[in-house]
Design a protein around this ligand. Structure first.
Ligand code: HEC
Length: 159
């Protein structure tokens, strides 16, 4: 009885904290657990680099070095994305992941989405080196659209 009640409380907390509980979940030291953990960490780093760029570009006089450094980070990460999805690291692992099973069935479409993002990130990185702010702002939006396009098809919506 008491155990069930405690579990209910914990489940309630997990539900209210939502994404936070998801990030903090301790994943098992198995191939799928390690792949999912690494994937989350890498996407978080990608999200942080992308946000630094877009936040900086909102300023009147963006810091070019900051934009350029983060674009280099983003580019390095973007080329690795396909390797973050080994077979068995999807929802069938029963571990907390927002990766949809279609990643492993619609592989050509998934590769195209990863490729589109890599192309847009490469353009951003080249522009960051030369540094025209208007062009950088447009390209940063194109990168965001490429991220979103893959998320719309292949990432479970967060409730
Ligand atoms: C080719 C598909 C694809 C592309 C392109 C993509 N993502 Fe994702 N992203 C995913 C999937 C799938 C997940 C869910 C991963 C999981 O939960 O295991 C995800 C999750 C994330 C997360 C949440 C990580 C976490 O801790 O749960 C962030 C942040 C993120 N992506 C940022 C980005 C950014 C920024 C870009 C573009 C620069 C991008 N993504 C491009 C597929 C993609």
């Amino acid at each position: 009885m008491e155990k069930a009640a405690t579990f209910g409380v914990i489940a309630g907390i997990a539900m209210t904290t939502g994404a936070l509980a998801h990030e903090a979940a301790k994943l098992p030291n198995t191939p799928a657990g390690k792949a999912i953990q690494a994937r989350h960490d890498n996407f978080k780093a990608m999200g942080a680099a992308n946000k630094s760029i877009s936040d900086e570009l909102k300023k009147d006089a963006p810091d070019h070095k900051l934009v350029s450094d983060n674009a280099i980070k983003l580019k390095a990460l973007s080329t690795q994305v396909p390797s973050w999805f080994p077979k068995g690291s999807g929802p069938e692992s029963k571990l907390p992941t927002d990766a949809k099973p279609e990643i492993w069935t619609e592989t050509a479409k998934f590769s195209a989405a990863a490729n589109r993002m890599q192309v847009e990130v490469s353009k951003l990185q080249l522009l960051a080196a030369s540094g025209e702010v208007g062009a950088l702002r447009n390209q940063s939006r194109a990168v965001g659209a490429a991220c979103k396009s893959c998320h719309d098809s292949f990432r479970m919506p967060r409730s």
